[in-house]
Ligand binder design. Sequence first.
Ligand code: UD1
Length: 343
Amino acid sequence: MKKILVTGGAGYIGSHTVVELVEAGYEPIIVDNFSNSEESALEGIAAIVGRNVTCHRVDCTDSKALREVFEKEQDIVGVIHFAANKAVGESVENPLKYYHNNVGSLVALLQVMEEFKVNKLVFSSSCTVYGVPESLPVTEETPVQKANSPYGNTKKICEEILTDVAASGSTLKSIALRYFNPIGAHPSAKIGELPLGVPSNLVPFITQTAIGMREQLTIFGNDYDTPDGTNIRDYVHVVDLAKAHVVAVERLLEEKGESLEFFNIGTGNGTTVLEAVKAFESATGVKLNYKIGPRRAGDVPKIYADVAKATEALGFKTTSTLEEAMKSAWDWQVSLKESTAKV
Ligand code: UD1
């Protein structure tokens, strides 16, 4: 079985991708420092795929430790690099943490990959690189803009690093997937998102409110230029997103495409915050306590993906509806409560 190193493989998108890799016949090798993930994710993965997946507790900024993993594992044919910090607000308060972890880990990883002649990489990028886009939907040709947070800037810088490496004549072949808004959980409810503290993302805040951990959801503004005044996003089921990584790996291994390619990974549909709340309510039958509050600083009024390039080149197509994604997020939240209740 072909070994794919998955950094951040115990995290939210990483754990779902590990499952899809196993189901597609690959041998994922997880590298995670568990700074923002839990070992229980490994148990969840094992319960879904029916066996343990190898995991190395390693910080990806540590080249020496990474080198040991490559030495030990041998025959790694490609890498999917998820390991990164992702809280926008925290990145504003502690930018050096973000530059060190997000940029430092990519540089360390690329150096070690070069030493071991592993030259296939899928990188986790974000639609944050488009900033406030001038026209919608955004294609991969939509200009990248100045980042509005250190977190966003790390994604932009990492894309630039990959661009420079590609231009250097290196043998590296990489694909940067620009995620829109990942939501939901595995349908088994054995893995899902585990936000630390108060979630800043919409769907975990919704599910935590619905289950009674938070009193009320505040919708950040209803005076935007959108049909109901609330922000528009492209919410993509995390399992669909995970599958995009498998087809990206396949494209790299088949030596198709340019040395560096960018793909939008979303559904192609724009959804307002109010529509997302309604979808949650209709999918779960649970009424949500929410109010309209002021705008959140730095929010992009509206963004959604043009996914034609990913559909054409990767054969990528989402299969889950927004309601299915909301239902899976809810089932996961309920299962977390049940497992805490048992302790
Ligand atoms: C945010 C980041 C983005 C990052 C992504 C990572 C900002 C401006 N953007 O995306 O760069 O890649 O997280 O996960 O922070 N909302 C509410 N109430 C809430 C929470 C959210 O109304 O309590 C609204 C937001 O205003 C937004 C939508 O829900 O319109 C989605 O918000 P969120 O889940 O935080 O994602 P983004 O802001 O799109």
